[in-house]
Design a protein around this ligand. Structure first.
Ligand SMILES: *[C@@H]1O[C@H](CO)[C@@H](O)[C@H](O)[C@H]1NC(C)=O
Ligand SMILES: *[C@@H]1O[C@H](CO)[C@@H](O)[C@H](O)[C@H]1NC(C)=O
Ligand SMILES: *[C@@H]1O[C@H](CO)[C@@H](O)[C@H](O)[C@H]1NC(C)=O
Ligand SMILES: *[C@@H]1O[C@H](CO)[C@@H](O)[C@H](O)[C@H]1NC(C)=O
Ligand SMILES: *[C@@H]1O[C@H](CO)[C@@H](O)[C@H](O)[C@H]1NC(C)=O
Length: 633
């Protein structure tokens, strides 16, 4: 009885709104929630979104339209993206809105491709990105910052960032004439141990100030994490993958939010992968089964990810699992998603599309074809020298600092790349061998003495000590790699050597510290141009070797390809100055690096490899393939 009265009341409310709509008064271009009828209303009419996640910062702009069109062709009507603070403010106060950071262009193309947009500005985004999308310099400016809490230093930085970001995206909100229908507050906050409701309210207030009623605000959490994630007055949504339990999950949500549209904001058709693990693969059948059940129930759904893309450069993050409570994400973010790393449809794409077309209007777009791929003959790589060689330090070392104790990346205002720590080994200890220990190493040290590479210490594997034989040499050199900051749970993942370095228990002091951020390609270019055989020879026994090669593309028919570094160890690859990211075929599972067509040119192309650890000969080649190899080695 109560129910019936309720339904009648809802219908009355709905009709009243519709009348207004027809009069063109109150509801011209509105996106709202009708809690009573458990639905979104677009311009007064019931609306549900079927969306896919695609992060603009994981694909080059030249492929955005192709991918967005393929999403629309699958039957999606919406694209969801995070906004990554570190992409837009890589250095404090220096903003980037061009190229891969052109979020406004991304929104415009989505609109042209007939998609609505859901934005997730975080400011914390997790997303398997370095520091969960926070810029590293927050830790330089505020070493004691308590990220994601009601901490004044943190709140001030967030306010400043939103005051720059929000005016740029405001014009794209639905109520202002754009395609952006929803904006999220925080990101799975219920999973964060701080559980700081005051901070969430602050962020709600701040976001509301910019969004007003021009788009709908929401939070998202796993079914068991709703308690600390939900904000009163803000639509709570769920995140879950293939399951037979979706009804139970919705009931959990209903206990906290009795009414409103049902939304799965992160439905997982694939999953993330760390180095040294098998590639995560998610079966198609359970995905489409669960999808069908959710759609039949009237839920709105977002696939996380529909297209994953690539963690170019140093952008991949890490988690706090594994033997060293640290496991790093691979460079590829293929994610086993319906569209693969290059944007091509997979069998999963077709299976999902078939289900979606049962529930939505056919978008009348052709099923996308795979784009052609090419291969390139192996390229001869020439050894130029090690990062430890005199010339390389001079060209690529961006600062030298002397310090009694070691300093970390953030204290030195360095984002990523490598830092070389050097000190002298003192005589007077008469044991053989000696034990070198690096406490609180973050993350990986290539240990040298007198330019000779001795071995690797690793946070991932919990290996912090190495025997070194007496009389091996004088100068201890620890080249430390930042492998990506943790993006989930642990907030302040400082990098570098953060504890004492000891030899048989005696602390090593008085360090010379050289920073290799490897951000400015012109420095690398300049170094390569000044190649000297003597310099190369003097560091022949060091690791972190720099190789250079060129390949000529005659035709202007340039397609995507994959670099296959099989035979190499671990390192970085630059193509025409673009940092493609980390390779590590020694452990995999990712072997090939995706090389997008957009950075190749007709004519001479350059390739630079910095091989961190394997003793590669100077006549080595690097191979290419027209197929990805993500399940090796
Ligand atoms: C949020 O806004 C409300 C209403 O203006 C105000 O009462 C409250 O103090 C604000 N909370 C925070 C944490 O800023
Ligand atoms: C549901 O349970 C059945 C039987 O255990 C299983 O085969 C199926 O894969 C499950 N479906 C999903 C979507 O998890
Ligand atoms: C470190 O340098 C200081 C100042 O130059 C010097 O007094 C001290 O003996 C050095 N310590 C070691 C262990 O070399
Ligand atoms: C490409 O560049 C390399 C290095 O500068 C040069 O040796 C080579 O001759 C160039 N190849 C062509 C075809 O121009
Ligand atoms: C590598 O280069 C060095 C120095 O130019 C040369 O002596 C050596 O023969 C080369 N090795 C190979 C395998 O080509």
């Amino acid at each position: 009885m109560v129910q019936l009265r309720y339904i009648l009341l809802s219908i009355a409310v709905y009709m009243l709104k519709e009348m207004h709509a027809n009069n063109g008064e109150t509801v011209s271009r509105t996106f709202r929630i009708d809690f009573e009828r458990d639905t979104f209303l677009m311009d007064g009419k019931p609306f549900r979104f079927i969306s896919g996640s695609f992060h603009y910062f994981r694909a080059l702009p030249g492929s955005w339209r192709q991918i967005l069109r393929s999403m629309r062709a699958a039957g999606l009507n919406t694209v969801m993206t995070y906004i990554e603070w570190s992409t837009h403010e890589p250095k404090k106060g220096q903003y980037n809105w061009n190229g891969i950071a052109n979020i406004e262009q991304f929104i415009r193309i989505a609109e042209e491709e007939d998609l609505f947009v859901i934005l997730r500005p975080g400011p914390y985004i997790c997303a398997e990105r370095d520091m969960g999308g926070f810029p590293y310099w927050l830790l330089t400016e505020h070493p004691r910052i308590k990220l994601r809490t009601y901490d004044h230093e943190y709140l001030q930085e967030v306010e400043k960032w939103y005051s720059v970001l929000m005016p740029r995206i405001q014009t794209h909100f639905y109520g202002n004439g754009g395609p952006v229908i929803m904006v999220s507050i925080e990101n799975e906050y219920g999973s964060f141990s701080a559980c700081d409701g005051k901070y969430l309210t602050f962020l709600k207030n701040l976001t509301e100030r910019y969004v007003q009623d021009n788009a709908v605000l929401f939070t998202n959490d796993g079914p068991a994490q709703l308690h600390c994630g939900k904000i009163p007055g803000v639509l709570a949504t769920l995140d879950f993958g293939s399951t037979n339990n979706s009804d139970r999950y919705w009931q959990t949500l209903r206990r906290l939010q009795p009414q409103g549209p049902l939304v799965n904001a992160e439905f997982y058709p694939g999953w993330l992968t760390h180095w040294m693990e098998p590639t995560a693969r998610v079966a198609i059948d359970p995905v489409v089964e669960t999808l069908r059940v959710m759609l039949a129930k009237g839920a709105s759904v977002n696939f996380y990810m529909f297209f994953g893309g690539t963690n170019f450069g140093f952008t991949a993050g890490a988690n706090d699992g594994g033997p060293g409570k640290f496991n790093t994400d691979i460079t590829s973010y293929d994610y086993d998603a319906p569209l693969d790393e290059s944007g091509d449809p997979t069998p999963k794409y077709n299976a999902i599309r078939n289900v979606l077309l049962e529930f939505t209007e056919n978008p009348q777009l052709p099923i996308p074809e795979k784009l052609p791929k090419m291969t390139i003959p192996p390229v001869q790589m020439k050894y130029h020298g090690s990062l430890l060689s005199r010339l390389a330090r001079k060209s690529l070392g961006q600062y030298i600092q002397y310090s009694e104790r070691t300093l970390g990346f953030e204290a030195l205002n360095q984002n990523s790349g490598l830092i070389l720590y050097e000190s002298n080994i003192h005589n007077g200890i008469h044991r053989d061998p000696l034990t070198l220990t690096v406490n609180n190493l973050r993350d990986r040290a290539y240990v040298h003495v007198d330019n000779k590479f001795l071995g690797v210490l690793s946070r991932e594997n919990g290996i912090y000590s190495l025997p070194i034989s007496l009389g091996i040499g004088k100068r201890l050199q620890l080249l430390v790699e930042n492998q990506g900051r943790i993006n989930y749970n642990i907030a302040n993942d400082f990098k570098g050597i953060l504890g004492a370095v000891t030899i048989d228990g005696n602390e090593v002091l008085n360090w010379t510290i050289t920073g290799f951020p490897l951000e400015d390609y012109s420095l690398l270019r300049n170094y390569l141009d000044r190649y000297s055989e003597h310099d190369a020879d003097s560091s022949r026994h060091a690791s972190a070797k720099i190789f250079y090669g060129t390949f000529f593309l005659k035709t202007n028919k340039i397609y995507d390809t994959y670099i296959d570094p099989t035979g190499w160890g671990k390192g970085l690859i630059f193509i025409n100055g673009f940092n493609l990211g980390r390779y590590w075929p020694l452990v995999g599972p990712q072997v090939t690096l995706y090389l997008p067509r957009h950075i190749l040119i007709q004519g001479n192309n350059t390739i630079v490899i910095i091989e961190y650890q394997k003793d590669i000969q100077n006549d080595s080649v690097i191979k290419f393939s027209n197929k990805p190899k993500l399940d090796g080695p």
